[in-house]
Design a protein around this ligand. Structure first.
Ligand SMILES: C[S@@+](CC[C@H](N)C(=O)[O-])C[C@H]1O[C@@H](n2cnc3c(N)ncnc32)[C@H](O)[C@@H]1O
Length: 289
C-alpha cells in the first residue's frame, strides 16, 4: 500500500491524526523535498524533529528520485506499507498526480491523506477563494532564460476581475553549470524566490509588453511562512511591497482582482498604513546614503 500523506504547512505537528497513524504502520517513509519545505525544516535538524515525532526514519526523496526512480518507491509499496510525505497537501503541486498514476498502473493500492495547502491557506487574508483565476508560477530569470507565460494568464484573470495566486520558484539540488561542464555533478546552494524578486520580475515583464495587465500601483498581498507562528501577511501596492522584508522562505504573492466590500474590510487588517509606509521609505533612503 502506498500512503500519500500531506504534512500541512507549519511544522511536524500539523500532520493529521490519520496521517500519523498511517506513518507509524509503514515500513519505509519517504519525504518529497523539492516542491515545498516546512518552515522550520531549513536545516537537517528539521528532519530529525519529524523523525522523533513520527518514530520512523525518513528517506529524503529529491526530484531526481521521484521523477526518474519512482519505480523503486512503487515496488517497495507493492510488497509492504510505504509512506510518501508531502509538505502542504499532496495535490497542492502538479507533480504528484504522476506518482499516483504510475502506482495505479503497477497495481499498487494508493491511499491519500489530505492536509492544508498554500492553495487554501491564502484565504486567511480575506480574499474569497471562489474569486481566484488560474494560479501562476514565477520562475527565476537568468541572463539568457526569462520565461514570461505567466503574464498572459494574469492578464486574463484581471480582465475577469479574478485574483491571481503566484507561486514562487524553488531551486534545490540544481547542478552548477561549471560542474556539468566538468562532468561531475556538484550542486548550487538552494534558492527560494522572495516576494521582492517576484515583483521586480513581474514589473520587468509588464514593461516589456506594455499591455497594462498590472502596474506598480496594483494591489497585492504578500505572504511568507504561511501556517507557521511567524507568518507575515502584508497588503499594499507592488511598489509598497518592494520595501517590505518578508524574511525567510517560503513566500507567495496574490495579485488582487476586483474586490467585494467584505473582502476589502478584511484586507484592511493587513494593509500597510501610510505612516508605516513613510517610515519604511525613510529607512530605505537612509540605507542608500
Ligand atoms: C508547489 S507549491 C505548494 C506545494 C504544497 N504541496 C502545498 O500544498 O502547499 C510551492 C510554492 O507554494 C508557495 N508556498 C508553499 N508553502 C508556503 C507557505 N507556507 N507560505 C508561503 N508560500 C508558500 C511557495 O511560493 C512555493 O514555491
Amino acid at each position: 500500500m502506498l500512503y500519500i500523506i500531506g504534512l500541512g504547512l507549519g511544522d511536524e505537528r500539523d500532520i493529521t491524526l490519520r496521517g500519523l497513524e498511517a506513518v507509524k504502520k509503514c515500513d519505509k517513509v519517504f519525504m518529497e523535498a523539492y516542491t515545498s519545505l516546512l518552515s522550520f525544516g531549513l536545516s537537517s535538524n528539521g528532519l530529525s524533529t519529524l523523525e522523533e515525532l513520527y518514530g520512523r526514519q525518513i528517506i529524503l526523496a529529491d526530484r531526481e528520485m521521484v521523477e526518474e526512480r519512482a519505480d523503486y518507491i512503487l515496488l517497495e509499496a507493492r510488497e509492504s506499507n510505504v509512506a510518501f510525505l508531502i509538505v502542504g497537501d499532496p495535490f497542492g503541486a502538479t507533480t504528484h498526480t504522476d506518482l499516483v498514476m504510475r502506482a495505479k498502473k503497477l497495481g499498487v493500492v494508493v491511499k491519500v491523506i489530505h492536509n492544508a495547502s498554500v492553495m487554501n491557506a491564502v484565504g486567511v487574508c480575506g480574499l474569497q477563494l471562489y474569486r481566484y483565476g488560474e494560479t501562476v508560477s514565477i520562475p527565476f530569470f537568468t541572463e539568457t532564460w526569462r520565461p514570461d507565460s505567466f503574464y498572459e494568464k494574469i492578464q486574463r484573470n484581471r480582465e475577469l476581475g479574478l485574483h491571481t495566486l503566484c507561486l514562487l520558484d524553488i531551486r534545490v539540488k540544481e547542478p552548477s553549470l561549471e560542474s556539468l561542464c566538468r562532468g561531475r555533478k556538484q550542486y548550487e546552494p538552494p534558492r527560494y524566490m522572495t516576494i521582492n524578486i517576484a515583483i521586480e520580475q513581474l514589473l520587468e515583464v509588464e514593461q516589456k509588453y506594455g499591455e497594462s495587465a498590472y502596474n506598480e500601483d496594483t494591489t497585492c498581498v504578500g505572504f511568507s511562512r504561511l501556517g507557521s507562528e511567524d507568518q507575515i501577511i502584508v497588503s499594499g501596492s507592488m511598489k509598497e511591497l518592494l520595501t517590505v522584508d518578508f524574511g525567510a522562505p517560503l513566500h507567495c504573492l496574490v495579485i488582487v482582482g476586483k474586490t467585494h466590500p467584505v473582502e476589502d474590510e478584511m484586507l484592511d487588517f493587513y494593509t500597510l498604513k501610510r505612516e508605516e509606509q513613510e517610515l519604511r521609505e525613510k529607512e530605505c533612503l537612509t540605507c542608500l546614503k
